[in-house]
Design a protein around this ligand. Structure first.
Ligand code: FAD
Length: 393
């Protein structure tokens, strides 16, 4: 189920030594590819450099576009970014499907967050109140109403809240479609690892690949996910403070209609979720671990994922396991992404999307490639890379 058609052919970076383009994007995850696609649509010549596009966190991600059910009280800025990006998703998905000829399985049937114990129920009710105060759509459901909405739910579910506006996509289809759309627009996708940046008089002028290739650019966009903090040739105050936050996730083969919407809940003190795809696949997620650059799939994590998902939806134990994956989310100190001018001429950052990079990709592409849009200014300010520079002074 993982092989998707339509990926752009990649050439080794060494074959294009000495070349240049308007924009070079370092990293071909959902963020780098979205930025590259929007730049190519605006008529700029674009090169993406990545040893394995679409293989990073974007390959592991569940693809929930769920700013409302992901929100916590301390994260109102993140909620604003998420809502702005969620609003962009229907048009982004439609346009991407039209250009690539590929469906990205964009669905908008909402998220059902359920509770078992009275503490969890109280926490959900408080959350519903918080969302109502922000005039966000939310419905409170009894246990019976939850099960009527999702018959596969455990009988012990006591109640829940439905966020009807939440949506989801298949991130593997999204990166495959972005690669196909980039190829149709004539953008280059090179198989290479960027080792460092080329700079001249304090300005970034291109990238240097590990195989020695140099690619000149007017503008370099650093979108290397959890690896964005480890490039050579940048002063420390310019390098984004991202760290890898490991997530393990499992895919099962269900029948279409097994679940109608995303289902989540707090089980054994941790958040578990199930995401249904159009073809019947059910995604179980996800762990959150501070383990450095470790992408091993571990027995303990899989046990926890199954244990927690089974509490929510007991019938999953009948389903076939089709895929196990681990990915590294690019975490930042304040959980907000790092998007925009880096403080160094010629270098833009588009990273640090942590748990929400799929959700935030349309907004990120607009923030990086868009013209001066007054509506975007307050959102751009929230993501500014310069907020961390203070710490280095
Ligand atoms: P990545 O997808 O990691 O891409 C970075 C790319 O950079 C990689 O392809 C890598 O090969 C490349 N690269 C690295 N170093 C170099 C270099 N030196 N030169 C060139 N290329 C380089 N988000 C949501 O919105 N919804 C979800 O439901 C969701 N679920 C998730 C579940 C899990 C288990 C995980 C791990 C993440 C989840 N996320 C989710 C988060 C989301 O996956 C990330 O925020 C997003 O994928 C980040 O995209 P990215 O393009 O920045 O990074």
């Amino acid at each position: 189920s993982n092989a998707l058609p339509g990926a752009a052919p990649t050439a080794p970076a060494a074959h294009v030594a000495g070349s240049s383009s308007d924009v070079v994007v370092v990293g071909g995850g959902v963020i780098g590819l979205s930025v590259a696609w929007r730049a190519a649509q605006r008529g700029r010549t674009v090169t993406v450099v990545d040893p394995a596009p679409g293989s990073g966190a974007s390959h592991a991600a569940a693809g929930m576009l769920a700013p409302v059910s992901e929100v916590t009280y301390t994260e109102e800025p993140l909620l604003r970014l998420g809502l702005a990006s969620l609003a962009r998703w229907p048009a982004f998905a439609a346009e991407l499907s039209a250009e690539s000829g590929m469906d990205v399985d964009h669905r908008a049937e909402g998220t059902l967050d359920v509770a078992f114990g009275s503490d969890d129920l109280a926490a959900l009710s408080e959350m519903a109140g918080f969302l109502e105060k922000l005039s966000l759509p939310v419905e409170r459901l009894t246990g019976r109403e939850c099960r009527r909405a999702e018959p596969m739910l455990a009988p012990s579910v006591r109640g829940g809240i439905l966020a009807p506006g939440d949506a989801w996509v298949d991130p593997r289809r999204v990166t495959a479609a972005l690669l196909a759309a980039l190829s149709r627009r004539g953008a280059r996708v090179l198989a290479g690892r960027v080792a460092g940046l080329l700079s001249e008089g304090g300005a970034v002028r291109g990238v240097r690949c590990a195989d020695g290739a140099a690619i000149g650019a007017e503008q370099v966009v650093l979108a290397a996910g959890a690896w964005s903090g480890s490039l050579d040739g940048l002063p420390p105050e310019v390098l984004p403070p991202v760290r890898p936050v490991k997530g393990q996730i499992m895919r099962l083969r269900g029948a279409p209609g097994f679940l109608g919407r995303c289902v989540r809940g707090i089980v054994h003190g941790s958040r578990a979720y199930l995401v249904p795809r159009g073809d019947g696949e059910i995604v179980l997620g996800a762990t959150q671990e501070e383990m450095g650059f470790d992408t091993r799939v571990t027995a303990g994590a899989l046990w926890e994922l199954l244990r927690d998902a089974r509490e929510l939806v007991p019938g999953i134990t009948e389903l076939e396991v089709v895929d196990l994956a681990a990915g590294l989310r690019p975490g930042t100190p304040d959980n907000l992404p790092v998007i925009g001018p880096s403080g160094m001429d010629g270098l833009l950052l588009a990273t640090g999307h942590h748990r929400g990079g799929v959700l935030l990709s349309p907004l990120t592409a607009d923030l990086v490639s868009g013209g001066p849009d007054p509506d975007l200014a307050p959102l751009a300010a929230l993501c500014s890379p310069l907020r961390f520079a203070e710490a280095h002074r």
